[in-house]
Design a protein around this ligand. Sequence first.
Ligand code: AMP
Ligand code: ZN
Length: 111
Amino acid sequence: MDCIFCKIASKKINSAIVLETEKLMVIKDVNPQSPVHLLVIPKKHYSTILDCDDTMLMAEMFEAAKEAARLSGVEKSGFRTVVNTNEEGGQTVFHLHMHILGGRPLTGRMG
Ligand code: AMP
Ligand code: ZN
């Protein structure tokens, strides 16, 4: 399958890895929207959160987001976790991922 995040997860293409576990990677977003903009990417391909029934993995994604926020120094100042889903949700890469945004005040608006 020609999926960019599968290639990142299998290290066929390079990325800036912040942390890695058996099941997922956290990398820096190539087009950051805030000083800290990371992506939690499961190694297994799920097109969207709707296709994922692995609740352990979903919990691990949140645990990884917490750890990556700590490592990036935004734990105290605050950060936002976002999972975009399908077209109106703003999803552009159809391999499940969670954004971690921080390092600047984020507006209260959600879109
Ligand atoms: P979404 O719009 O929620 O699907 O988010 C996709 C994100 O992936 C965007 O923020 C892109 O900047 C990011 N992205 C796309 N290609 C890469 C890449 N090769 N390395 C890191 N981030 C990427
Ligand atoms: Zn994939």
